[in-house]
Design a protein around this ligand. Sequence first.
Ligand code: BJ8
Length: 428
Amino acid sequence: MGEKYVELWKSLGLDLKKHGQLMEALPKFVVDLVFSQKNRPKKMDYFDFVLSEIHGLRVEELAKLRAAGNKVVGAFCLYAPEELAYAANATMVGLCGGADFSVPDAEKVLPQNLCPLIKSFYGFKVGLTCPYFQSCDMVVGETTCDGKKKVYELLNEEIPTYIMEIPHKPDSAQGRKLWLKELEMFKAELERVTGNNITAEKLKASIDLINNKRKALKRLSDLRKNSPTPISGLDALIVMQISFYDDVKRLTAKVNELCDELEERVRKGEGVAEKNAPRLMVSGCPMAIPNWKLHSIVETSGASIVAEESCTGTRYFSDLVETKGETVDDLLLALVEKYAKIPCACFTPNDARIKSVEKLAKEFNVNGVIYYTLQYCHSYNVESVKVGRALKSADLPMLKIETDYGSGDSGQIKTRVEAFLEIIKGKQ
Ligand code: BJ8
């Protein structure tokens, strides 16, 4: 990929030397963790290709869109309403960082004891090593957790950063009122930045576009309810991660093609793991690309991950936006309703998430749950108490893993996962 895109990377202002180091490390990492899996669906070939072109083809597409006058908006959270961005003829890309590589650059400025996801994205920006960040005309942040909202202030020194205020009690009338106002203000900001009006017609079309993507991802997720599961958790996670930056229509079509193949596998009773492999759900913090550490450890230890209760999982596609309304105001209200249902641990109380974990555990027929929290993520870390209690009542074992993006604790995590699987097998 290197030579071909050097001019593009130069034009985006990347630090070519440092970026080269990242590009050198990536292929081995992908081969070791992803391509080494057995019995992968053939239709993963598209997603493998996207991975092999991770800083190439899609970045080139974004450059072409920008050359044609379209804007690119970077986002870090499910609460960034992508429907509004597409209705303004902009493209949205997820910028959450999932790599350890950029953390040292972040730690030159930020405290070490901060969530690795935040350090990773900030490090990519100040280290000039992410071509997606460099392709953005603006980014949209949100007041979810304290770490993010304070780092957005610093990020604004590097790139225009628009902040949406997120209601932390979204079920309340005030919460919904605030969120509606925030959507109206973000709409106005997008119209200002892009120079395009967001009409009801355009908003309806973009809601359909994103709903179709969510439906395809839900279809993929539902297929994992089968036993044996027709796709590994790692491959499903990769599809989900790519869905945050790939072209929406193409991605939707490719996910549906993959699902066609998986349906065939289910019909034939084919799966990716041993027949009695424990079925696990991961619940907690999002896993941004290329954070594959936990999935890789778990699935090379003999279990299958069949669901992710996270923002890189069910929270993204569980609900669709209604398109009943005829006016922009109606459609904004429909967006309020949909987004208020995303149960982020930043909210209080967050009973919807506890109920969702219980429901998903049943639906996916899991034998246990791995509660995943990134270091220094207080919201998800503390919420593990209530999730743990609910799972105990349901007689489901839970293993809590608190980690970062480094590989230093991989051996220790593997030992704990293996011990957890022994407990599960004892109960099976
Ligand atoms: S809606 S989960 S994507 S905020 S950055 S909270 S890991 S300390 S990402 Fe999130 Fe939106 Fe909520 Fe989902 Fe913790 Fe880190 Fe904060 Fe994080």
